[in-house]
Design a protein. Structure first.
Length: 376
């Protein structure tokens, strides 16, 4: 069987975890946590990186940092994971879902422009499959309306837009280290702060609303409750595992890119024959091979291919059910404009197996079975 995903394992993770245990410090913000945040700050050139228990937690921190209130509106794509919306719904905001660009599956800046009102506080973009949104257009809109920009870059570590790392372009960015991501620690995430005015408060929110981080650095003689906050720390055990992944980020990156390119080359003839559509990567973008997907003609044909591959022990997956169609989506938000592409494209999309070390033989098998499906 070819599984859809295998969590990335380099081989020295257990050694790092044992070291964390030996150091007698396994709660958050220890030496391994610092190693990871230093790597992120240097690699991504952000003002501050904070490790969190998940990307969900990092998104929730952005809502707290922006002081999102019940009268506020937040614009985002409907084609995203529920955490993108939940972070702001938890603060009482009204979610304004908008349509996507069918080529990249990313938020359409033209639809964002139409959704802005006097109550709009922020635009949340999602870099789907590690391929960047049109950040120039998004930032132009945000600047003209004095709006915050949050990058949900859960899938985007090691991807860039015009040479800038995803997550480092808006006011804040978030990353995921879930076991389905390119770089993982099982469960984990990071908040990237690109506006220095937010950094000190972000530390407090991460540490239950206290100034404990300043105390640890010796800047104050005791710490106290200063703000709202919660326990948004990643444990040292997880950070130790993650540190190994980040040390080998280039190796993981090139392995996945090789596999992605093999898929793209092997399936190109089907796109040229009008049988399927392959992923689109615009010129300003360098992607990280987070996923490889194809698009069928419709939902019915997608189901048939998925069943065919399952019979040949190849596990595939669909993706997001648009949030505006969900029960909670209707309760906490509304779709603004026409749903021209979101639902149609989500019904066509099928994700193929892709993970570190999948190997050429497995990818050739998947490609050959897809070719066989389309034979008359």
């Amino acid at each position: 069987m070819i599984p859809f995903n295998k969590p990335c394992v380099i081989g020295s993770e257990m050694t790092a975890i044992q070291q964390a245990i030996t150091f007698n410090k396994i709660s958050g913000n220890g030496s391994f946590g610092k190693k990871c945040t230093n790597w992120l700050e240097n690699q991504l050139t952000c003002d501050k990186a904070l490790l969190t228990p998940s990307c969900t937690a990092a998104l929730e921190m952005t809502a707290l940092l922006l002081n999102v209130q019940p009268d506020d509106e937040v614009i985002m794509p409907s084609y995203t994971f529920v955490s993108t919306a939940n972070a702001y719904a938890l603060r009482g905001a009204s979610i304004r879902f908008v349509d996507i660009d069918p080529g990249t599956m990313n938020i359409d800046p033209k639809e964002v422009a139409r959704a802005i009102t006097d109550q709009t506080k922020a635009i949340v973009v999602v870099h789907y499959a590690g391929v960047s949104c049109d950040m120039d257009e998004i930032l132009t809109l945000a600047n003209s309306h004095n709006l915050w920009v949050i990058e949900d870059a859960a899938q985007g570590l090691m991807s860039t837009y015009k040479g800038k790392a995803l997550g480092s372009i808006g006011h804040m960015g978030t990353l995921s280290f879930h076991d389905t991501k390119n770089y993982t620690c099982g469960e984990g995430g990071a908040l990237l702060i690109n506006d220095p005015s937010l950094s000190e408060r972000a530390e407090m929110i991460q540490e239950k609303g206290t100034n404990r981080s300043q105390f640890i650095r010796g800047e104050i003689d005791k710490y106290t409750w200063r703000d709202v906050g919660s326990s948004y720390l990643l444990s040292e055990i997880n950070a130790a595992y993650l540190s190994v992944q980040l040390e080998h980020a280039s190796k993981i990156h090139h392995d996945r890119l090789h596999s992605w390119n093999q898929y793209n080359h092997g399936l190109l003839n089907l796109q040229l024959a009008g049988k399927i559509d392959l992923p689109t990567v615009p010129n300003p973008c360098e992607h990280n091979a987070h996923m490889y997907y194809i698009k069928m003609k419709n939902q019915s044909e997608r189901y048939q291919l998925q069943q065919f591959l399952d019979e040949h022990e190849i596990v595939t997956a669909t993706h997001y059910v648009p949030l505006h169609s969900a029960h909670a989506g209707k309760q906490f938000g509304a779709f603004i404009g026409e749903d021209t592409h979101t639902t149609t494209e989500s019904n066509r999309l099928l994700r193929l197996p892709l993970y570190y070390g999948i190997g050429e033989e497995a990818i050739n098998d998947v490609v050959n079975k897809i070719q066989l499906f389309f034979q008359p």
